[in-house]
Design a protein around this ligand. Structure first.
Ligand code: FDP
Length: 344
């Protein structure tokens, strides 16, 4: 059945029917994330007109300047989930400590991790930005409300996805049964199904990395990027380069067109820059559900057990063939072993 044009809410309800034990809470969480996305999208689309550009004057837990839109997006999530009865704890890039919504905790079975406004450096130049989210079950017993509850590996995510505020606003999510994208139709205020069962191409022709970090790169990164730039028509090299500098935008292109995105560890940032719980793990869940891979270079992202709420992790994500080749370089496999991926 062609489901194009279905509203996000209706799609979620149909998905829910496939799980007879579902209580509907998860569906409502997704609907609420959609609501937060609409509120943020409305302000983003009028950013030069309403008083929302610029910085707040404060610095976040990562030592980065907080933009007013960062703060607005964060507060929107708090407002949307406050008194919702759905989520007990919010973990955000913009908040050093988890935020307990105590009014929800007696019934809310979930924890929400999110990066409210990803790609902040693009805000003031009208560039693409996004929101990333991930939902985990709360744990029972002694572990409830403790670090153990929040430090679960990405394999335990129940829902994950992102919103991209680009030429249109798109919400992409997975609940473990494929990846779906919904485009916001501002004239009716609804997200409508536009991308059904997204699959990442097995390999691409594009690599995405901040080349300005070149002087700090470690040998495997340099060797891999040099390899992609070499001329070899037989294996469709050189690859072309694209880098927006907003993870959601670079990831979304990679998901639809194939290729590879890397933010590896380097001599300046030994564990890279991106955060495990609300950036790398949710996107890793999405890419795996679309047939792709996500790795640190030596380890599957979804298998990593977090040790800190704001932990950084090297991220290599995209088409399965491209990521497998990168892993050959990062794990120091021999030239002969690499030969098996010679096609690339
Ligand atoms: P930003 O700092 O602008 O919020 O998550 C942080 C992030 O953007 C990602 O969206 C983006 O991929 C990356 O940092 C860009 O970092 P560099 O400027 O170091 O390339």
């Amino acid at each position: 059945m062609n489901m194009k044009g279905l509203t996000l809410t209706r799609h979620i309800l149909l998905e829910q029917r496939a799980h007879p034990t579902a209580t509907g809470e998860l569906s409502t969480i997704l609907t609420q994330i959609g609501l937060a996305a609409k509120i943020i999208s409305r302000v983003v689309s009028r950013a030069g007109l309403v008083d929302i550009l610029g910085v707040t004057g404060s610095v976040n837990v990562h030592g980065e300047e907080v933009k007013r839109l960062d703060e607005y997006a964060n507060q929107t999530f708090i407002n949307v989930f406050g008194h919702s009865g759905l989520v007990c704890t919010l973990v955000s890039e913009e908040m050093e400590k988890p935020r307990h919504l105590s009014e929800n905790c007696s019934q809310g079975k979930y924890t929400l991790f999110f990066d409210p406004l990803d790609g902040s450096s693009n805000i003031d130049v009208n560039g693409t930005i996004g929101t990333i989210f991930s939902v985990h079950h709360r744990l029972r017993g002694d572990l409830h409300g403790s670090e153990k509850e929040w430090f679960q590996p990405g394999t335990q995510q129940v829902v994950a996805g992102y919103i991209i505020y680009g030429s249109s606003t798109l919400l992409v999510y997975t609940a473990g049964t494929g990846v779906y994208g919904f485009t916001l139709d501002p004239s009716i205020g609804e997200f409508l199904l536009s991308h059904e069962r997204i699959r990442v191409p097995p390999r691409g022709k594009t690599y995405s990395i901040n080349e300005g970090n070149g002087p700090y790169w470690r040998p495997p990164t340099r060797a891999f990027i040099d390899h992609l730039k070499q001329k070899d028509p037989e294996s469709d090299r050189p690859y072309t380069s694209r880098y927006v500098g907003a993870l959601v935008a670079d990831f979304h292109r990679t998901l639809l067109k194939g290729g590879i995105f890397l933010y590896p560890g380097d001599d300046k940032n030994p564990t890279g820059k991106l955060r495990l719980l609300y950036e790398a793990a949710p996107l890793a869940y999405v890419i795996e559900q679309a047939g792709g891979r996500a790795s640190t270079g030596t380890e599957r992202i979804l298998d990593i057990h977090p040790v800190d709420l704001h932990q950084k992790i090297p991220l290599i994500i995209g088409s399965p063939v491209d990521v497998a080749l990168a892993e050959d370089f990062f794990s120091g496999r021999t030239a002969q072993e690499k030969d098996r991926s010679k096609r690339v």
